[in-house]
Design a protein around this ligand. Structure first.
Ligand SMILES: *Cc1c(COP(=O)(O)O)cnc(C)c1O
Length: 358
């Protein structure tokens, strides 16, 4: 199989080899040292300020989204949520569930946030902003520059779910004044699922110290105390954390974050150039490098997914909800190459010959 989904994605050989080894005991100085290195590497790649801290949560990305909401927000806040698809809706639900007052900016699927939209919320007493910078369900990359300016001029805490954008799109905590950046192991980090990561700036750390999360497993106060010595309060996904270490070192060795972003961007561009001959349209008005969302007027998106999987051994991502018949997504993250793009384009060519597309 070739995996063009948006996670879990394909891993490097070295990362896969670690998965075949015994899981070591972790209450050791060696594991602690590795975790402190993971923290330093994550800070470097997130462009985090010196005083930032990193928490590794054993749990998929949603666990860290929930941890961010319950540890850094409270009933005293007034939060603006960008709700442009499945993941924005998840942030909105988390706020509702945990009694955090919030208002949603609802967007049509495939559309981004504009300056005019944000202007309406200037000076309205908001205290925090929640955004999935790449709304992976539609493929739209929101304009972090616009959002950052809005948050700065209104003095809002900025929480960015960059789960599918970290290492795929240019994102930098210091440049954009991001207070909390969230990512996960199974997207561009290209490691099996099971770990999500929060990078926490000073303003977020102050809030965490003051706010009672009301939760044991996702309590960040406890995680931060243990993290000082490179440990976690509970048994973590040890093997996944070792794979993350391997992968962060690989990225650093290959030129660092910006080189990885450039590599994924070039794969995405190569695919978009070559798919432009086919009767499918780009769905997202401002696509992330991580994924290309495509619209098929024929309404057979699910059939395309199934035929590629069953007859060509290629995985792409189907879509859920109302747009599911018309939209499918091709990911560009993980261990993929231009030759893999060629295999996918050849499959499209064959499907066109067979009358499945176009
Ligand atoms: C993948 C993803 C998540 C996390 O989903 P999990 O299934 O919990 O890992 C959250 N937000 C975005 C934008 C994502 O792409």
């Amino acid at each position: 199989m070739i995996n063009f989904t948006v996670g879990p994605v394909q891993s490097s050989e070295a990362v896969r080899a670690i998965g075949g080894e015994h899981t070591p005991y972790f209450r050791t100085p060696e594991f602690s040292e590795m975790m402190l290195e993971n923290e330093a590497l994550m800070k470097e790649m997130a462009g985090a300020p010196e005083e930032a801290r990193v928490v590794f949560i054993t749990g998929s990305g949603t666990a860290s989204m929930e941890a961010a909401v319950i540890n850094s927000l409270s009933s005293e806040d007034k939060v603006l949520v960008v709700n442009g698809g499945g993941f924005g809706e998840r942030f909105s639900q988390l706020c509702t569930m945990h009694g955090v007052p919030h208002e949603d900016i609802h967007l049509d699927p495939g559309k981004g946030v504009t300056e005019e939209m944000l202007r309406e919320y200037d000076g309205k007493g908001f205290t925090a902003f929640l955004v999935n910078i790449h709304e992976t369900s539609t493929g739209v990359l929101y304009d972090i520059g616009l959002i950052s300016d809005f948050c700065k001029r209104n003095d809002l805490l900025l929480i960015v779910d960059a789960i599918s954008s970290f290492l795929a799109d240019p994102i930098d905590m210091t440049a954009y004044g991001i207070d909390v950046m969230i990512t996960g192991s199974q997207k561009a980090l290209a490691v099996p699922p099971g770990v999500s990561i929060l990078v926490l700036g000073e303003r977020a750390l102050e809030r965490i110290e003051r706010i009672d999360s009301g939760c044991m497993y996702l309590d960040l106060q406890e995680a931060l105390i243990n993290g000082v010595r490179g440990q976690t309060p509970y048994t973590p996904a040890v093997t996944t954390l070792i794979q993350i270490h391997q992968r962060l070192l690989e990225i650093k060795g290959n030129g660092g974050r910006d080189a990885e972003v450039a590599r994924i961007s070039s794969l995405a561009q190569d695919f978009r150039d070559r798919i432009s001959d086919y009767p499918v349209q780009l769905f997202a008005e401002r696509p992330s490098n991580a994924v290309t969302s495509l619209r098929t007027e024929a309404g057979n998106a699910k059939e395309i997914f199934t035929v590629l999987k069953d007859e060509y051994e290629i995985w792409i991502c189907p879509n859920g909800g109302e747009i599911g018949d018309y939209v499918f997504r091709v990911g560009h993250i993980g261990a993929l190459t231009e030759e893999d793009n060629t295999a996918l384009i050849n499959a499209f060519a064959d499907m066109r010959k067979r009358g499945i597309i176009g």
